[in-house]
Design a protein around this ligand. Structure first.
Ligand SMILES: *[C@@H]1O[C@H](CO)[C@@H](O)[C@H](O)[C@H]1NC(C)=O
Ligand SMILES: *[C@@H]1O[C@H](CO)[C@@H](O)[C@H](O)[C@H]1NC(C)=O
Ligand SMILES: *[C@@H]1O[C@H](CO)[C@@H](O)[C@H](O)[C@H]1NC(C)=O
Ligand SMILES: *[C@@H]1O[C@H](CO)[C@@H](O)[C@H](O)[C@H]1NC(C)=O
Length: 213
């Protein structure tokens, strides 16, 4: 009897620690800076992002006045739950509304990601000199590639690598604040409202990552 109880308790404990260790966390609400580089060394974009973790909404606007030369000017408003996004052109007040075929993005760990390891960059024994991250990996939905994502202990995304057959990308995040500083950035601009959904050409996969290819 006691042995059985002890065994059940033991199993529950291991299950809990197992789950704690291997259950992907979800990033909180955030505001920050994201840079996107392909592994040919080309910086594709640098800009500010705003992320609503509950609503699964993301705004990314590349900052063209950033001193680094970048090849893309992008303003994206993504609604991962609804599976749609807007490509916004604030200058001429126009936008395109498209369907998302893949909702994977570099700020949130996919639920089926596999825990890889915990690593510490820098010097963990000097305060402020070490950054401890959990590393997660997984396959791309079309399984023609994989990703590696590292997040802080508080689930703030540090960097995400995507390796695909044709190209590889590194998304790095900086200066994160754990709040949405400007909620209006997650609202569809008035000039985009009522915009018809564009047809996705056959063979096209729209995703956050694909916007940088
Ligand atoms: C995240 O932001 C959304 C939208 O502003 C808000 O509804 C939600 O309560 C926030 N979540 C937290 C945990 O602050
Ligand atoms: C764009 O980059 C410049 C130069 O680094 C910076 O001063 C400015 O605040 C940035 N703007 C936004 C919206 O992030
Ligand atoms: C940035 O781009 C401009 C115009 O395309 C080019 O003349 C300049 O050499 C580039 N600077 C760097 C550091 O690559
Ligand atoms: C807005 O500008 C972009 C390029 O800057 C152009 O491709 C697009 O056709 C323009 N849209 C309208 C409605 O003028």
């Amino acid at each position: 009897m006691y042995a059985a109880v002890a065994l059940v308790v033991f199993m529950c404990l291991t299950a809990t620690t197992h789950a704690e260790h291997h259950q992907p966390c979800h990033a909180p609400n955030m505001t920050g800076v994201m840079s996107v580089m392909n592994l040919k060394g080309e910086i594709k974009a640098v800009g500010a992002f705003t992320y609503d973790s509950m609503g699964k909404k993301l705004r990314f606007r590349s900052n063209e006045s950033h001193p680094i030369n970048t090849s893309l000017g992008l303003d994206l408003l993504m609604f991962f739950e609804e599976g749609i996004f807007y490509e916004i052109d604030s200058k001429n007040q126009s936008c395109e509304k498209k369907a998302l075929q893949c909702t994977m993005h570099p700020l949130d760990i996919p639920d089926d990601a596999k825990f890889y390891s915990t690593i510490t960059s820098g010097n963990p024994s000097i305060e402020g000199e070490g950054l401890k991250v959990n590393v997660w990996t997984g396959s791309m939905p079309d399984s023609k590639g994989h990703y590696t994502m590292s997040v802080t202990m508080g689930c703030l995304p540090v960097s995400t690598f995507y390796f695909t057959e044709s190209t590889s990308f590194l998304f790095s995040n900086m200066d994160i604040e754990n709040e949405i500083k400007d909620p209006d950035l997650l609202v569809v601009p008035s000039f985009c409202q009522g915009q018809p959904l564009e047809e996705t050409p056959e063979g096209t996969v729209n995703s956050f990552l694909n916007e940088f290819m």
